[in-house]
Structure formats: C-alpha cells, structure tokens
Design a protein around this ligand. Structure first.
Ligand code: GLN
Ligand code: ZN
Length: 715
C-alpha cells in the first residue's frame, strides 16, 4: 500500500510566487538558465520537506513544472512538432512562441481555471521516451532522503487532450506507439528503484476513452518490468471506466469521491482505492466524520485528495487579515495535507466516524421575472431613444491600466493615500478616457474601468458573502496566477457599486456611456464557491445582486448596460448528458440579472470567445440586445455560421491580444466580411476584448482606424 496517506499533486508556483518571478526574469534575459533551474530545485526541495514535515505517507514527485505538465509530457515523449525543433529553447518556444513562431494552442484543463498547452500529434510525430525529467526528480528527492512516487499524465488523457496535426488522424490512433513509450518509461523508473508510479487519467471523468483505457492498462499492467501502478482519475465519477480499470493489472485506482460520489467496493475487484476525500477544488475544511465514515467502506484504502492541490493556494497561515470565524472554516493546500494525514491516522486507529446528516437543500426557486418586451420591440424603441449612427463604434470596457493607477490602488490599501484623494485620481482618469474617446469619434463611450483591479475581484470586494485573500494565488497558466475570491455566505449587495462612476462619466459627455458589469456566472466561475448549497443557487444569489445594480444603473439614466459573461462555458459539466440542464439555468440567471433594465435600456453582453453554435444558443438564451465576441484572431471564421443573425452583433475587428495595430483597410476588410452576412443596422464596430493590457499609443492608433473604417461605410 501507499503508506495510507498521499496527495495527487501540490502547487508549484511557490508560496510567494518565486517561480513566476524567476520565469519572467529568465524570459526577459535578466536571469540565466542555471539560476532558473536553481529556483525550481529549491521549490521542489521545499515541497518535499514540507510534505514530510506534515507527516504525509507517500510523497509525489514530478508534480513540478517549469510551465505546464502536459507540455512536459509531450517533451518527455518527444512529441515536439517539427517547426519548434530548430528553436534555441524548444520548450519555451512551444509555451510562448519564438522568432515569429506562434506557441502551441492553450486551453482549459477540464473545468478548472488552469490552462494547458495542447500537444499536436500527427501520423509521423515521434512518440518515444526521449526525456528523463521524472527520473531526475526521483534522484533529486532521493538525495534529500525521500523516496517518491513520480506523477505523469497518463497515455489516454495525453492523447485525448492532444490535437491532430492539420489533416492528420485522431491522436488516439497512436495509442500503441504511446504505450511503447510509457512501457520504456516504466522500465526506466523501475531500474531507478521506484516502487509506485501515478498515471493521471482525468479525461476518464468526461466519459471518454473507456475502451482505450482498458487496452492501455491491460498492456501496461501486464509488463513484468515495472513499478506498481496507480491510475488516478479526478474531477468527476469514473462510470464505466472503473470496471474497465479494475479488470486490468494495475495495483491502485484513484477516485474523486468529492465530485464523483462513492463507488461500489465490489467494483474495485481487490485493487487499492486511493480515496479522494479531501477536496482539491475548493478552500473548505473537510467534514472529517463523514469522510471517515466513507473511508471505512473500503477494505484496502489510502487517504488522498480528490485531485492535485495545484488548484488551491499554499497556506492559510499567510492570511492574517481574514475574519477568524471564516478562517476556522478554511483549508488551503497545507491544511488539506494535514487533513489527509489526520484522517489516515484515525482510520488506522479504527475510528469509525459518523454518517453524514443529509441536509435538505430547498430547490432553487426560480423567478426569472422577464419583464422586458420581446427583442424586436425593444430594438425599435432603443433605436429611437439612442439615435446612434449606422455601424456604431464602441469598446469592450477597460482602457490601459497605467502604473500610476496601480500604485494609487496599492497606496490606498496601505493607508498612505486617503479615499477622497484616490477618488479624485479615478475621476481624472475617467475624464481623460472620455475626452480621448470623444476626440477619436467613438459613438458609445465607456468610463474605462480605472477603479477595477480585476473584473471579478472588484465586485467581490463590494458584495456581502465574499472574502478576498492577500496571498491566495492559484496558477492559471505558465507564470500567470489569479487570486480567486471566496464565496462563504449568502451574497448580497449592500449598496450600489458602479453607479457613482458611470454617472460621473456620463456627466462629462453628451454621448451615451455604457454601464459596465460582470455577469453572475463569471463572478462565480472565477471564485472559490460554497459547497453547502448547490452551485445554481450561488449563481442565483449573485444574479440577484447584479439585477439590483442593473436596476440602479437604469434608474440613473444609463441607456446602455454591458454585462460581461466570458466564463459562461467554464462551469459547463464535464459529462455531456448534464450540459443542457446547466446551460438552461446559467442562461436563465443571466436573464434574471439583466431583465431589471427597461425596454429603452440596451443590454450588451461580451463573451470573449467565439464558437458559433454556442454563441447563437447563448445569445438567444441570454436575450441581450447586442453581443460582442472575439473574431479578429480567427480571421472572421465564425461569421459564415452567423448568417442572418437576428440581433445586434459586434464581432471584434481588432485583436487586442497582440501589440500590433491593425490598419484602417484591414479593419475595413473584416467589416465588409461581417456586412456580407449580417444586416448593416445590426452591426457594431469594436475590439475583441478589453484594452487593459495594451498601451495608450497602440490603443489610440487602432481605435482611430476602427472609426475611419466605420465612417467610410456609412451612408
Ligand atoms: N469589460 C471587461 C474589460 O474590458 C471585459 C474583460 C473580459 O472580457 N475578459 O476589461
Ligand atoms: Zn473579453
């Protein structure tokens, strides 16, 4: 057995984001390769020491990554597309791009906010053991006195997450080649004296890959020259994959008992259950009694986390400002490790725990209160009310955030700048942004969001039921981290949040200024949420709060309100059969939040991404009057599918993810493509997303070109 307690993985960015700083310095040429490697080695050593000090039985290794564990796996297996091989540093080139070579595509790791790089696997991509990172980490730990269990992304998940090279077959066709490489890896680890290896197969929780998993682990399980195998699933139930894995020769199966629910002990067919009873996806303490009660059901069990602790912050002890009553309910990574250890001790002592009391959670009562007239009627009254020109030009909300603003916010938090002085700075910035937009000839203005650090954190700081942390960073991708707020109680809006700034901005100009809010799903998706009531109820409470803000903005005379919902897909259940139900209530929550606007008030939504069928479904469901989406990057590909689109549409004609300034002609070409499929009276002209990360010179030049292209096409 795996000495009764383990975790599936641990954060790696560093308790003070040491890896982030080192990586960014390395990319800028301020730090050498050897120094960067040393920062990594120090973080790994600190992790093993910490886990051992906390009393954990079996320590994982290879949970460190310089950028991403899926990219690590691709490099380990030599699955490097030809075009990156000549780069000075192929790993960094795949992660970040180099010499005009774009990086690999990046996408969400299942339903988390972590993003991985998508490997590209064609018919001829090599798949063979080419690296030794897991072996090096085993040696490194051993030198410090620790025997570890290397963690590697498993073959089925690796191939399911990869994309075919253009025109090539599905990467799953390469399963046999991949298995040969994994067999070599297992033999090499065995030769190194490794006792256990963990192969991560979270993709099995989506319902995919069952037959492939059976084939893969039949083959790997039958090898004579290998360490013992733990196949770890997480993020949901295994379903048919559980009996499939149990029928193979692997020694242990990791199951997410938090999200996936209990399993039938008989279905394990004598395998060791690595029981994920401590959640790696939230920041709450575990109900130890209920967990023990569950653990007692299985004859051969190791206490573990539901998934890697990568998705939670390091240590609650760093949060000295939190309300003590809330603190008492929280657990970050180190506290969760301590819970795993405590549970394993109690289990070993024969402690039984007690059955959980089932709480009757009242089904969310839904009052959509759709008080708005149908879209065509509203559109007519809005057109009269707003009196906008054809092809109105607008932006998505934020303007560049200057260092001066960030310094002012830090000074306010530190108490060296008082509230009135801070507000005067914000007002001055709003005025600057309004004047700039007037000068450029933009039709629908924004206040620029200078008062917001982040589109979710800002609202979390102003709503009841949310707490924010100081050091609670969680890796999003590469060196990027977010600090998700914590929803710990019923959500309420004690006072209007944005009305003051929107009203001020509107007082400066005759042109309409858009109110700017974040939607209920996005606020919840980018926070740690409660576990004691259903997700949909939490979203419903936030929707109530947004609804009050929409009502107050409209009452203050705001004629256009944009409610961003870029994370609409992020809470989508992993299993297809549950997705429709989710979309129905998520979209209903958005409608509830926005329908407190009158018919004259135009509702805009912004979705960041553009997947045509989803956009169409979402737009009809969301019932917004105008939708702005990403499209400049995909060369307007989405447009073909939006033929005859029935509402206002603003496909982004300026890719704000790049410092490049598009010329007026280029913008015009994109607009002409839009005008071929969407009637001119419904088309808006805008960038892809907020301008926060760009500089003023870039933004001014690009927006001037947007205005020029729009004006040229007006009657
Ligand atoms: N209104 C936000 C902004 O402009 C939208 C950001 C987003 O879509 N991610 O910054
Ligand atoms: Zn966006």
């Amino acid at each position: 057995m795996l000495t009764h307690s383990t975790i599936l993985g641990y954060p790696r960015i560093g308790p003070r984001r040491e890896l982030k700083r080192a990586l960014e310095a390395y990319w800028d040429g301020r730090l050498g390769r050897a120094e960067l490697d040393q920062v990594g080695a120090d973080l790994r050593a600190a992790t093993w020491r910490r886990l051992a000090a906390l009393g954990l039985g079996s320590l994982p290794s290879n949970t460190f990554s310089e950028y991403d564990q899926v990219l690590d796996t691709a490099v380990l297996l030599d699955a490097v597309p030809e075009r990156y091989r000549a780069a000075a540093d192929p790993y960094t080139a795949m992660a970040r791009g180099a010499d005009g070579l774009p990086p690999l595509r990046m996408t969400k790791w299942f339903d988390t906010n972590y993003h991985y790089l998508v490997p590209e696997i064609g018919a001829d991509t090599p798949l063979r053991l080419a690296g030794d990172k897991p072996i090096r980490e085993v040696r490194e730990a051993r030198a410090l006195g620790y025997a570890t269990r290397p963690v590697v992304v498993g073959p089925v998940t690796f191939l399911l997450l990869s994309e075919p090279s253009p025109g090539g077959p599905s990467p799953l066709h390469r399963l046999d080649d991949a298995l040969a490489a994994y067999a070599d890896l297992l033999a090499a680890l065995r030769a190194e004296g490794v006792e256990w290896v963990q192969l991560d197969e979270p993709a099995l929780a989506t319902g995919a890959g069952v037959a492939e998993a059976r084939r893969a682990y039949d083959r790997l399980g039958a090898l004579s020259d290998r360490p013992k195998l733990l196949v770890a699933s997480y993020f949901g139930e295994l379903g048919d994959a559980l009996p499939a894995l149990a029928a193979t020769g692997v020694e242990a199966i990791g199951v997410d008992l938090v999200r996936g629910g209990p399993v039938d002990p008989a279905a394990l067919r004598g395998k060791t259950l690595v029981a994920g009873v401590v959640s790696g996806r939230d920041v709450w303490r575990t109900d130890q009694e209920a967990a023990l009660h569950e653990l007692r059901r299985y004859p051969d069990v190791v206490v573990s986390t539901s998934c890697s602790l990568l998705h939670v912050p390091y240590d609650l002890d760093a949060e000295t400002d939190l309300d003590p009553a809330l603190r008492a309910r929280l657990a970050f990574a180190d506290q969760k490790v301590a819970e795993v250890v405590a549970l394993a001790d109690r289990l070993a002592r024969g402690d039984r725990g007690r059955a959980p009391v089932s709480e009757d959670v009242a089904a969310a009562t839904e009052s959509t209160s759709d008080s708005r007239a149908p879209y065509p009627e509203r559109a007519a009254s809005q057109a009269v009310h707003l009196g906008l020109p054809e092809l109105p030009v607008t932006t998505i909300g934020s303007f560049p955030q200057t260092g001066e603003l960030r310094a002012a916010r830090a000074a306010l938090a530190a108490g060296t700048l008082d509230e009135p002085a801070y507000e005067r700075l914000i007002e001055a910035e709003i005025e600057r942004v309004i004047r700039l937009q007037e000068r450029l000839g933009i039709d629908v203005l924004v206040h620029g969001e200078p008062e917001r650090n982040d589109m979710v954190q800002y609202f979390a700081e102003h709503l009841d039921g949310f707490a924010t942390t100081r050091h609670g960073w969680v890796q999003s991708y590469g060196s990027r981290c977010t600090r998700p707020p914590i929803i710990h109680g019923d959500v309420g809006r004690p006072a209007p949040i944005t009305v003051r700034w929107t009203r001020y901005a509107q007082s400066l100009t005759d042109r309409p200024v858009k109110g700017m809010l974040t939607g209920p799903v996005t606020i919840v998706a980018w926070s740690f949420t409660r576990r004691d009531i259903p997700l949909r109820e939490v979203v419903g409470q936030v929707a109530d709060a947004v609804r009050e803000e929409v009502r107050d903005l409209a009452a203050a005379g705001t004629s256009i309100i944009q409610v961003d919902e870029p994370a609409l897909r992020e809470l989508l259940p992993l299993r297809r059969e549950r997705q429709d139900e989710y979309l129905q209530w998520a979209v209903a929550a958005y409608r509830h939040a926005t329908s407190s606007a009158g018919d004259h008030t135009q509702i805009h939504t912004h979705l960041c991404y553009s997947n045509a069928s989803e956009v169409i479904t979402a737009i009809d469901g969301l019932d917004a009057d105008v939708t702005t989406i990403e499209s400049a990057r995909s060369g307007g590909r989405i447009l073909r599918e939006l033929d005859g689109f029935g509402r206002g549409l603003g496909p982004g004609v300026y890719d704000i993810h790049s410092p490049r300034v598009p010329g007026a002609e280029e913008v015009g070409d994109l607009l002409d493509a839009v005008l071929k499929v969407v009637p001119v009276e419904r088309v808006w002209v805008n960038p892809d997303c907020g301008l926060k990360t760009r500089t003023y010179p870039q933004v001014e030049a690009a927006l001037a070109n947007l205005v020029a292209a729009a004006r040229e096409r007006r009657p």
